[in-house]
Ligand binder design. Structure first.
Ligand SMILES: [Zn+2]
Length: 482
């Protein structure tokens, strides 16, 4: 063994399965040794009394992507978003390439791939949003893209410009089955939202809080059940993204109980915000508007129980950062913007890990091992990045953060690095914050200072998350031929 580049001594190392006292040795950007009393290194860090966690894998973030609904543009870019992620203990992000209807998916990928260049400071993979599953996309483009490391497809059941019919979703799922790709579904019933929105507007109910009525929990519950049904028929695993409602979580639990390969993701805006945040003075509620929006306090408690009960495998930020005080941001029609025209999305790539870390220290609904599972290890596994990312193991990339459990922080926009003019978590007090973040062996965040260089982040081609199954579906399911 040649000399180590970096050694972290006396850390309490937390993985999805274990909590151990160990030194961590880094060489050439990878974890080279785990053990007691490791040899000297070029740089040594003492982490006594601190936790060393794998770098977070935030597998649902939107970066440099406009809103198809309002045309708003994010107030942040690949640089500020990835700096912000690193300062919050996250070392991998997975944003989305979105196909426009009529556009070649490969062309959408080629165009989007230029955006992180020279800007990203941590590693990133990319999901594909399929909005136009033509024969060419399904038969030629997706197979080629999966080969190139784009192994997850997201489909929408709502939003005019992106939504697919149930038939089209089955076609995308069948392609994922043949190719070994993962399918992610935004589950909401589009017609219910449209109908309720019309009724609310006709009666003059336009304030941000009515977003919660237009997107009430039954809407997500129905769509989640439908997405599960489609995946069952296509015989493919499915992940229901950004689950906001306890009722949709019940559908996922039901499917899991039947042995279906259904996975669930939830986000900080549903575990830490409620409908009361949509009902703040003036248009302040717009700062918490996303789709689905946060629900009641009882709903929030139901989501925590689902987290405790193992229904959710993934905890991501769904970071979508549109500025509040900006004509291209949240309030696209100014102070008179009705709820349905407020740009959806909340920032959260930096606060995601600290919010859940604090909850894990309390220990009511999860412990630190489970935090690591849902915030790093599981997403790395589900999207084909494990064991390169998502854990502390010999041979894995040296992506980790050292957390000080003694540090109390009151979350405030001024303390964050995402370039935004608000955080929906303003004023929330958390215990614990990353004091140092290492990405591929390089210290990028230390004692309140970001030290990484723009453009150092690399594209991560993903492996196939599940075995390829090219055989004919009906034969494979044992359906007789006559
Ligand atoms: Zn999203």
């Amino acid at each position: 063994m040649t000399d180590l580049d970096l050694v972290v001594r006396n850390a309490t190392v937390v993985t999805a399965s274990d909590t151990i006292a160990a030194d961590v040795g880094v060489k050439d950007g990878r974890i080279a040794m785990l053990g007691q009393a490791l040899p000297a290194a070029a740089e040594g860090i003492d982490a006594r009394g601190k936790y060393l966690l794998p770098g977070g894998v935030d597998s649902h973030v939107h970066i440099e992507q406009d809103s198809t609904e309002t045309g708003a543009w994010p107030g942040t870019d690949f640089h500020s978003t990835t700096v912000s992620a690193a300062c919050g203990g996250t070392t991998t992000v997975i944003p989305f390439v979105r196909q426009t209807k009529g556009q070649s998916l490969s062309q959408a990928v080629a165009a989007y791939r230029k955006r992180p260049e020279g800007k990203a400071v941590i590693d990133y993979a990319l999901h594909l949003i399929v909005t136009d599953p033509t024969a060419g996309v399904l038969g030629q483009e997706l197979p080629a893209l999966v080969e190139e490391g784009y192994t997850s497809f997201k489909v929408y059941m709502t939003y005019k410009s992106m939504m697919l019919s149930d038939y089209q979703i089955l076609e995308v799922m069948a392609a994922a089955r043949r190719l070994g790709a993962m399918v992610m579904v935004h589950a909401e019933n589009a017609d219910c939202i449209t109908w309720l929105t019309e009724k609310l507007l006709e009666s003059g109910r336009t304030r941000p809080k009515f977003k919660g009525v237009a997107h009430q929990p039954a809407i997500e519950r129905e769509a989640a059940h439908r997405a599960i049904t489609l995946a069952e028929i296509a015989a493919v695993p499915v992940l229901i993204v950004h689950v906001a409602g306890g009722e949709a979580a019940e559908m996922i639990r039901w499917a899991q109980g039947r042995g279906l390969r259904v996975l669930g993701e939830t986000c900080p805006q549903y575990l830490f915000l409620t409908e009361s945040d949509l009902d703040k003075q003036g248009l302040e509620g717009a700062k918490s508007v996303c789709a689905p929006p946060p629900g009641s306090e009882a709903n929030r408690q139901a989501l925590w129980r689902a987290m405790a009960g193992g229904v959710f495998q993934v905890y991501s930020s769904d970071h979508a950062a549109f500025r509040y005080d900006d004509p291209k941001g949240k309030l696209i029609e100014g102070p008179a913007t009705p709820f349905h025209r407020i740009t959806n999305g909340v920032p959260g790539v930096e606060t995601r890990m600290p919010l859940l870390f604090s909850a894990a220290l309390e220990g009511t609904h999860l412990d630190l091992n489970r935090l690591v599972a849902v915030a790093a290890t599981n997403p790395a596994k589900i999207y084909g990045l494990y064991p390169r990312k998502g854990t502390i193991a010999v041979g894995s990339d040296a992506d980790f953060a050292i957390w000080d459990p003694g540090k109390s922080v009151t979350i405030s926009v001024g303390g964050l690095h995402d370039g935004m003019d608000y955080t929906p978590y303003e004023g929330i007090e958390v215990t614990g914050w990353p004091e140092l973040t290492v990405s591929r062996g390089e210290i990028v965040w230390r004692d309140g200072e970001f030290t990484g260089t723009p453009g150092r982040g690399r594209f991560l081609p993903c492996e196939r998350p599940h075995p390829i199954n090219e055989s004919a579906l009906l034969d494979d399911l044992g359906v007789p031929s006559e």
